[in-house]
Design a protein around this ligand. Structure first.
Ligand code: F6P
Length: 373
């Protein structure tokens, strides 16, 4: 029987986390008379037993607040940095939860959190997860909370860029988050009426992008908006990425694995200003003045949208029900507007990318938006 639930939030913060904490906590207290604690700063709080009691008072007024009242962190449970050393702390965390009387741990997070939660499940913890991230890239769910709010912010930014682009007859290149997937850039690009949208799933040909901008100019358009996903790759970069993936897969010794990780990290750091370089390149090729806007963490900030609150609340309440029934090692997913229980083993380690035949891709193409290919 589940008498006590622990909650933690991990990975990047996202709007809707507090709504989910509140939903899990209130339904656990009110419908099942459970005790609820919240661990602070992600998995590290569980390791250090830093926690707060979540009762009616501490959960009051948090529905509309952005961020997470619990704090978050990106620590990995099997590779925690402790006093300058990297250590596997899975067993210590399971022991901590047991000694505190926590029967079920609910972890709110994105892809990395799903993996960490499964690692703890394999070490003996009863775990349930919820899918949170502005990237919308968690496998097994149609939607993650945080995405809708970020979509509103990115769309408004594109709307605002239109008036200045139009006035100065410029190329406005706007970088949108999304990690290695293009959900946010594609959705906000369509909703905001961008002329070109570049996403990682469709590697771009710089000549094709420049040509599409010149065609617009020839047809009388005196400005263009280019929405670039932070993970967007040119054809050359996509080919290099493929090589790095092969290198990682072929690595069998620890040295080879480390070399593959380093090569990937070098590649990533060399791309940190790729949107700026892209804008310079397009300006040089088209002769049209270009400006760059990097939206960055603004996209994760502020009050969650009603849609995100609703989603986080629905999924949170279902997490409590599953815990009460003793159904663990699952993620609560949103499918066809219903909260469903998906085995965590299926979710962890997978990523949901934009399928090339997705209705949004088809819509963008039929509208004549450039996708860079
Ligand atoms: O996963 C959410 C996200 O905002 C990604 O879109 C982005 O790549 C990353 O987190 C940024 O991470 P950090 O907050 O650690 O800079």
């Amino acid at each position: 029987m589940t008498r006590s639930i622990g909650i933690l939030t991990a990975g990047g913060d996202a709007p809707g986390l507090n709504a989910a904490i509140r939903a899990i906590g209130k339904s656990a207290v009110r419908s099942h008379d459970m005790k609820v604690v919240g661990f602070l700063d992600g998995f590290r709080g569980l390791l250090e037993k830093r926690h707060i009691r979540l009762d009616s008072e501490s959960m009051s007024g948090i529905l509309t607040r952005g961020g997470t009242i619990l704090g978050t962190g990106r620590a990995k449970v099997h590779k925690m940095s402790i006093g300058g050393q990297v250590m596997d702390m899975r067993e210590a965390m399971v022991d901590n939860a047991r000694s505190m009387g926590v029967d079920v741990l609910v972890c709110l997070g994105g892809g990395g959190t799903q993996k960490n939660a499964l690692r703890l499940a394999k070490a003996g913890m009863e775990v349930i997860t919820l899918p949170k991230t502005i990237d919308n890239d968690v496998w097994g769910t149609e939607r993650t909370f945080g995405f809708d709010t970020a979509l509103n912010i990115a769309t408004e930014a594109i709307d605002r860029l239109h008036s200045t682009a139009h006035s100065h007859h410029r190329l406005m290149v706007v970088e949108i988050m999304g990690h290695n997937t293009g959900w946010l850039a594609l959705a906000s690009g369509i909703a905001g009426g961008a002329d070109v949208v570049l996403i990682p799933e469709v590697p771009y040909d710089i000549d094709a992008v420049a040509e599409s901008l010149m065609r617009r100019k020839a047809a009388g358009s005196r400005f263009s908006i280019i929405a670039v996903s932070e993970g967007a790759l040119s054809l050359e970069e996509a080919a290099r990425m493929e090589e790095l993936r092969d290198q990682k897969q072929a690595a069998s010794t620890e040295e080879e694995k480390e070399a593959a990780r380093e090569a990937r990290a070098d590649f990533e750091s060399g791309r940190s200003d790729h949107t700026t370089r892209l804008a310079e390149d397009l300006e040089a090729r088209t002769g049209i003045e270009a400006r760059v806007t990097i939206l960055g963490h603004v996209q994760r900030g502020g009050t969650p949208s009603p849609k995100d609150r609703l989603l986080a609340t629905r999924l949170g309440v279902e997490a409590t029900e599953a815990a009460a029934e003793g159904h663990t090692r699952i993620m609560i997913a949103d499918r066809e507007r219903t909260a469903v229980r998906v085995p965590l083993d299926e979710v962890a380690g997978n990523r949901r990318v934009v399928p090339l035949d997705h209705p949004w891709v088809v819509t963008a193409r039929r509208l004549g938006m450039g996708l860079g290919d």
